[in-house]
Design a protein around this ligand. Sequence first.
Ligand code: 2BA
Length: 109
Amino acid sequence: MKLIMAVVQDKDSNRLSSALVKAGFKATKLASTGGFLRSGNTTFLIGVEDNKVDDLLNIIKENCESREQLVAPVSPMGGNADSFIPHPVEVEVGGATVFVLSVDEFKRF
Ligand code: 2BA
């Protein structure tokens, strides 16, 4: 058995949830925050038999879109805080960041 952890954008999370339920996968959704953008995203925990991993990864791939996002950090132009100006930078946020972990044991009580 594997545990799939998938970090996806909030915009895709409802669509992905529906697709998972429709395909018979059981999942838990956690509200999470990206360390870089510090904006909300959604982390799915999905326990799955080894022979279903590829099907699951395809569903994640089909339902999560990669998007450009503008980040507006401030950059120093001089020596003090008054001279900081906004300098927006575009980053591509992936459709999904997926970790596949081996599960030693799975129990339901
Ligand atoms: P964030 O950390 O908010 O990152 C959003 C996007 O910003 C990233 O998209 C990447 O394009 C860019 N980015 C992240 N760190 C950067 C840095 N140090 N310098 C420049 N650009 C940077 P993704 O790579 O598609 O990641 C989307 C979200 O997936 C991340 O949101 C984070 O929540 C999660 N994630 C990505 N890689 C991870 C990892 N190795 N471990 C845990 N979570 C991860």
